[in-house]
Design a binder for this molecule. Structure first.
Ligand code: G6P
Length: 611
């Protein structure tokens, strides 16, 4: 995590950097800082959000055309002014910003202390900048050379930008394992963790690859390998719209993104669901169709909300395509010794495309010969580039830390994938395929309708905003939805919540139920409806407070539940796309009523690039 941004050109660097940091704040927000190069190399940094840094620098001299900034999610060292980036070297002639982790920092630090370097912070990053300084001192070399040599000594992940007072008009950047994109303007360059700080200045970008060093000097960009070989930059055009990264009148990004779902689901189907022609397309699987046809097994790797989308996909792929599926937490999978063969397909799901554990799980599966299929939202992200093939979700930038529209887009893409593979394998008949296609086509309108529940849900949120615990129950396709509902609530409102398979409740959580316990039951009309009704009775018998998400027109559950939320009817396999909507809204309203920072919940970050 952590966000980095840098500028070199003819404009004032500081306002561009601050605005960029605001855009990247979703990546971490426990402290922020800037370094500005203008004869002097000045570093200003502050604990807290970017807004606090802005206040802090109001009275300072921030005039400079070269500079860089950082917004932090702490790994080494608590969030405070000293541990905030940028970090100076001991002589204060060099400064660095860093997203990532240096694993061998302790040994390097000891060595550097012997050489006389003095450390102010507890961070691994300060070791990096002193290493560069030490190399430069010993070798009497340029900053570029010293950075290159330093990269051979550090172990870990990094996206860094380095400035030196002795070499003004120059930015040196490098990456391994953490994202970095360079924006190319006219006589100006931008560097950032993602394209959002860049988009309003230029749409020409270069995604820096692992082990590459970018040197921007005298108005030119030179990209070189760690071995000092010139690399030809591949300039791409950004397709992102500026509007998509602004709040557009909503109080929070999360609410905007919840309400964008009819559109983002439609975008994730665009060109894939062709109702008139009566067929489905997915460019990414075309070349791998045979692999999918003959796959022994599909392993899904992901983290967080993306893992929940993976769980929905398990139901979909087993149901529609009859392929055995395992859904794995990437962080567990990669540290086991999993059995993977060349006949396995690994599907990696990631909104950001940068989650370190998911990336590492991909590398592991690749080394065993599996075919890797990626489902990512961020175009050009590390995971999208590390996979053999894939499909973008096209949900547009998701900025709220709690994932909403990315989840429904992932589920939509996975549904289309399961339908295509099932049809090709002959496990999904033509008739059933056509029925499901029509139903899928109606989902955006049904989500739109579910969003009309917003005011009703706000009232329910009023009732429950002060409770300490919540239980979420669902069966079948609604079990992953229960997990996702509980995750949303705990992420942004800090209320403890657990998601459980409704029947499994009897094996433990039922002991928690009393007259104070709210239990959200997702009880839409599907094959397990009757069983869920029984589970509701079990909760009611113990005086639990039931909030039920039901299919429109349900006559039975309203008689048992304290609150009923009616969502439009749809096919059982598509139900998560609709039933998750009220749960997103419920967590949103509870968090707002509790005064929580919905878009930037404590301790979390949107893109988890540490392991
Ligand atoms: C973080 C985010 C979650 C996200 C998870 C996986 O924990 O806060 O919202 O679901 O990472 O991220 P990914 O980008 O791989 O989907």
């Amino acid at each position: 995590m952590c966000g980095i941004v840098a500028y070199i050109g003819y404009r004032e660097a500081c306002p561009i950097i601050i605005k960029g940091l605001r855009r990247l704040e979703y990546r971490g927000y426990d402290s922020a800082g800037v370094a500005l190069l203008n004869g002097d190399l000045n570093v200003y940094k502050k604990k807290g959000k970017v807004a606090e840094l802005e206040t802090f620098i109001k009275e300072k001299d921030t005039h400079a055309n070269v500079g860089m900034g950082h917004t932090r999610w702490a790994t080494h060292g608590e969030p405070n002014d000293t541990n905030a980036h940028p970090h100076y070297s001991t002589s204060e002639r060099i400064a660095i910003i860093h997203n990532g982790i240096i694993e061998n920092y302790a040994a390097l630090k000891q060595h550097l202390q012997h050489q006389g370097h003095v450390f102010q912070s507890d961070t691994d990053t300060e070791v990096f900048v002193n290493l560069i300084e030490e190399i430069q001192r010993q070798n009497h070399c340029t900053l570029e050379e010293a950075v290159r040599l330093a990269l051979h000594e550090v172990v870990g992940a990094y996206a860094i930008v380095v400035l030196s007072r002795d070499e003004p008009n120059q930015l040196i950047a490098a990456r391994k394992g953490s994202p970095m994109v360079i924006g190319i303007g006219k006589d100006e360059f931008f560097i950032a963790s993602d394209a959002t700080p860049i988009i309003e200045y230029t749409n020409e970008v270069v995604y820096v690859n692992d082990y590459e060093i970018a040197i921007i000097r005298d108005g030119k960009l030179d990209i070189r390998s760690k071995e000092d070989v010139h690399q030809t930059p591949y300039i791409q055009k950004l397709e992102m719209e500026l509007d998509s990264i602004e709040k557009g009148g909503y109080e929070h990004f999360m609410l905007k993104e919840i309400f964008e779902q009819p559109r983002s689901i439609l975008d994730s189907m665009r060109g894939r669901l062709e109702l008139v022609a009566g067929h489905l397309n997915m460019g990414g699987i075309r070349a791998y169709e045979r692999k999918f046809m003959n796959a022994d097994r599909i392993i899904i790797v992901a983290c967080g909300t993306s893992w929940h989308a993976g769980l929905v996909a398990e139901y979909l792929l087993e149901d529609l395509a009859r392929i055995p599926v395992e859904v794995e937490y990437a962080s567990e999978f990669r540290y086991r010794n999993p059995v993977i063969t060349e006949r396995d397909i690994v599907i990696a799901i990631s909104q950001s495309g940068e989650t370190a554990d998911t990336l590492a799980a991909i590398e592991l599966a690749k080394s065993k010969g599996a075919t890797i299929f990626g489902i990512c939202n961020v175009v050009g992200s590390s995971i999208a580039r590390a996979t053999d093939a894939g499909a973008y979700t096209h949900a547009g930038p998701e900025i709220g830390v709690a994932s909403t529209k990315a989840f429904t887009a992932q589920v939509t893409v996975l549904t289309i994938l399961a339908m295509i593979v099932g049809h090709k394998r002959g496990t999904l008949s033509d008739t059933r395929l056509q029925e499901l296609m029509v139903e899928l086509g109606s989902i955006p309108a049904k989500v739109e309708k579910a969003l009309l529940l917003n005011d009703e849900i706000e009232l329910i949120a009023e009732t429950f905003k002060d409770v300490p615990n919540f239980l979420y129950l669902g069966r079948g396709y609604n079990f992953p939805v229960a997990l996702e509902g509980a995750l949303k609530l705990k992420e942004i409102s800090y209320i403890h919540a657990e998601g459980y398979p409704a029947a499994e409740m009897k094996h433990g959580p039922i002991a928690l139920i009393d007259e104070n316990m709210p239990v959200v039951v997702i009880a839409t009309k599907d094959s397990s409806y009757e069983k869920v009704v029984s589970n509701i009775q079990e909760v009611k018998a113990r005086k639990g407070r039931i909030i039920a998400v039901v299919t429109e027109g349900d006559q039975v559950i309203p008689q048992m539940a304290e609150f009923v939320i009616e969502v439009p009817a749809t096919s059982e396999v598509l139900v998560p796309l609709v039933s998750v909507i009220p749960l997103q809204l419920l967590s949103y309203h509870i968090a707002v009523l509790r005064g929580c920072n919905v878009d930037q919940p404590r301790n979390l970050a949107k893109s988890v690039t540490v392991e």
